[in-house]
Design a protein around this ligand. Structure first.
Ligand code: AHR
Length: 666
């Protein structure tokens, strides 16, 4: 590294005063296009897990919380079937709400609510407060639906005998969107229903925008009715898919252009005890037939966002699906015992676990007339989803119990589906016992791709830029399935970017990498940091998000040898269209005057530059830890053009990430 003693003095504004600051560091980057190696074209993707209310209350835009009255103390000790629901008695109305499970809409959702109206007044019913209330937009359509059936027992006949009061008439039941104060923003009369469960539907179009709305279902006649599967769903979803995803959040994810999507977790996959393992088969089909369950992250997963929706989303954004299924063991932290809670499904019951994996492959790829392919076709997708990778297990402690079960599954997949690549695991840390045993086991079992997870301080990332340089290329490839540098400040994002140059350099052995976690609803932070924060109406992209996007949108299929002299991290790739893309990361506190020399590949004279910079300790608005502790600064990549060519000089700002994209030259 060369340094000038005060050779360059930049004038910067500090608190309104102009002061001089030394900017004397230099770097030289030499790119040799003649020394290219193929790297994974799928390197940068995303990790999605339903924690921090990422799915229900988040990406899955159902507005009714506890829509099928299945919340229970298993979700959260103080939750039950009527959580999020309140009895409303308007204008002298009197009634009760109770629960019934004698004749469910579907056995997978045994519980329903029973509303008895003794005296209707101006209406008796149920109000749902959604996930922190919900927001509606004037003029947009919200699809309301509810399953109802009249009850004919005891008092529920109503005081005037059978058939009374609600078997006829169009307005005995109304659905309303109201403000918190009770202003009616939209109303629909729901029509009639009989003794059998009937699905009543209506369109609700609010007269004004309201950020904190409620759904009120009001009965205006005496008698009893059973109510289940209450839904209020925005018509506008991502790509207008029915039962689709929240449009703005899905768009923010799509803008990352991830090459793959890992789902549905995380620890959610192996679950909080064996009965809580994720069961993909219970997440497909009509929503009222799906079986929600407790979420290991201490809330409820409705599984309205199920495996069909995950696959559909992957296809919609052009990403490879990378589902992860349980390896027949539950999370080692089950019971929050700190690593001792791993249990294995009894070996004599493992056939079903293995079959679940095989059936998933058929569900995704099988012909439309196969048993599971048919279910995909019935959901509206006769064509296969093109599944190639299946993860088995999530950062397990590598024990004999795990190994025995993993092997059973992996062998069965290989035997029946040699075209599918099984992704194994190397435990929850970047080194240590599980990591060593995980890699040794993977080698023994010839596992083609191994999932590594680590959440470490930024200094660790900066100190380990060459971690993968020495990985043995004859062993399995790496899927860096979860990583983050424990913070959302710019310095965190810069450390991650520097590390990602090492991932690109080693893109021949690192097949996939995904920052984690992806989403977090403000007010429900269960894991920090995250890539995107959101409320019901807003989305906050962190600097970590922008780094992921800068790399993903500027990834390549060849790595060009990049030699670095000086205090920057760098990597250069060539994409399928022949563009040469150089990334420069400065994690220091001085600007670095950087000379770039490119040979062995032609580049044009006009380049596109992306630059992310700011105060090292600052964080973008939305960071839940920012308040009072950390400065907020709105930071995002700034795009400009620059004079490219075989040789040029550029200044790389302190604490910055720069992408230089150069068109292929003639
Ligand atoms: O990403 C959050 C959690 O971190 C994941 O669920 C788990 O796999 C890891 O420990």
């Amino acid at each position: 590294m060369k340094r000038f003693a005060l050779a360059v003095v930049a004038m910067v504004a500090v608190g309104g005063l102009w002061v001089g600051r030394a900017a004397g560091a230099e770097a030289v980057i030499s790119v040799d296009g003649g020394k290219a190696k193929a790297i994974s074209p799928d390197l940068f993707g995303i990790f999605f897990e339903d924690l921090n209310f990422a799915a229900d209350g988040g990406l899955y835009p159902e507005m009714i919380a506890n829509r099928s009255f299945e919340y229970s103390a298993l979700d959260r000790p103080d939750w039950g079937p009527l959580t999020s629901w309140d009895l409303v008695q308007r204008g002298g109305g009197k009634g009760t709400v109770s629960l019934d499970n004698s004749e469910p809409v579907h056995p997978n959702n045994p519980q329903c609510a029973v509303l008895e109206v003794l005296s209707p007044g101006e209406g008796v019913g149920l109000m749902n407060s959604g996930f922190d209330g919900f927001s509606v937009v004037e003029g947009q359509t919200y699809d309301f639906s509810v399953f109802v059936r009249h009850l004919f027992t005891g008092r529920r006949w109503g005081p005037k005998g059978p058939g009374y009061p609600v078997t006829t008439g169009a307005d005995w039941l109304v659905a309303r969107i109201e403000s918190k104060e009770g202003e009616v923003l939209a109303e629909a009369k729901l029509g009639s229903a009989g003794r059998a469960w009937t699905k009543l539907v209506a369109e609700l179009v609010p007269s004004r925008t309201e950020k904190d709305a409620r759904l009120v279902l009001l009965m205006k006649a005496e008698g009893g009715v059973a109510i289940d599967q209450v839904s209020l769903f925005p018509r506008k979803t991502f790509k207008n898919r029915p039962n689709g995803l929240r449009a703005d959040l899905a768009e923010a994810i799509a803008e990352l252009k991830p090459k793959f999507v890992r789902f549905p977790g995380g620890c959610l996959v192996h679950g909080h005890g064996l009965p809580n393992m994720y069961k993909w088969k219970e997440t497909i089909g009509p929503v009222e037939e799906r079986k929600g369950q407790a979420n290991l992250w201490r809330y409820h997963q409705s599984v309205g966002l199920g495996f069909f929706e995950y696959f559909q989303f992957c296809e919609d954004i052009g990403a490879r699906p990378l589902p992860v299924l349980p390896a027949g063991v539950c999370c080692q932290n089950s019971g929050f015992t700190g690593g001792t809670g791993q249990r294995g499904v009894p070996m004599e019951e493992m056939g079903a676990v293995v079959q679940d994996v095989l059936d998933l492959i058929e569900y995704a790829n099988g012909p439309a007339d196969s048993t599971w392919g048919k279910k995909r076709a019935e959901a509206g997708h006769p064509e296969p989803f093109g599944l190639k990778y299946v993860g088995v297990g999530n950062e397990e402690n590598i024990t004999p119990v795990f190994e025995e079960r993993f092997k059973l599954i992996a062998d069965a997949v290989r035997a029946k589906h040699p075209e599918i690549v099984v992704v194994g695991t190397a435990g929850p840390a970047p080194s240590g016992d599980d990591w060593e045993k995980g890699w040794a086991f993977a080698e023994q079992e010839k596992v083609a791709v191994v999932d590594e997870h680590y959440y470490m301080p930024p200094q660790w990332f900066l100190g380990n830029l060459s971690r993968y340089d020495g990985y043995d290329r004859s062993k399995g490839k790496v899927y860096l399935g979860e990583y983050a540098s424990r913070g959302n400040t710019l310095a965190n994002a810069v450390a991650e970017a520097a590390y990602m140059t090492g991932l690109e350099r080693n893109g021949d052995v690192v097949q996939f990498a995904s920052y984690a976690p992806l989403l977090c609803k403000l007010g429900h932070v269960q894991w920090y940091p995250d890539m995107i924060y959101f409320t019901n109406t807003e989305i906050f992209r962190t600097t970590n998000y922008w780094v992921q996007q800068m790399f993903s949108l500027n990834s390549g299929s060849d790595y060009l040898e990049t030699k670095v002299e000086g205090p920057v991290a760098a990597s250069c790739v060539r994409d399928a269209g022949g563009d040469v893309i150089l990334k420069l990361v400065n994690s220091g506190s001085e600007a670095v005057k950087t000379s770039v020399n490119i040979r062995g590949v032609n580049v044009g004279s006009v380049g596109e530059r992306w630059s992310l910079s700011g105060e090292a300790g600052a964080t973008n608005p939305g960071d839940p830890r920012a308040k009072g502790n950390v400065a907020e600064q709105a930071m995002e990549p700034v795009k400009s053009s620059f004079s490219a060519g075989d040789s040029f000089t550029t200044e790389v700002a302190p604490q910055s990430v720069t992408v230089l994209r150069m068109k292929a030259g003639k």
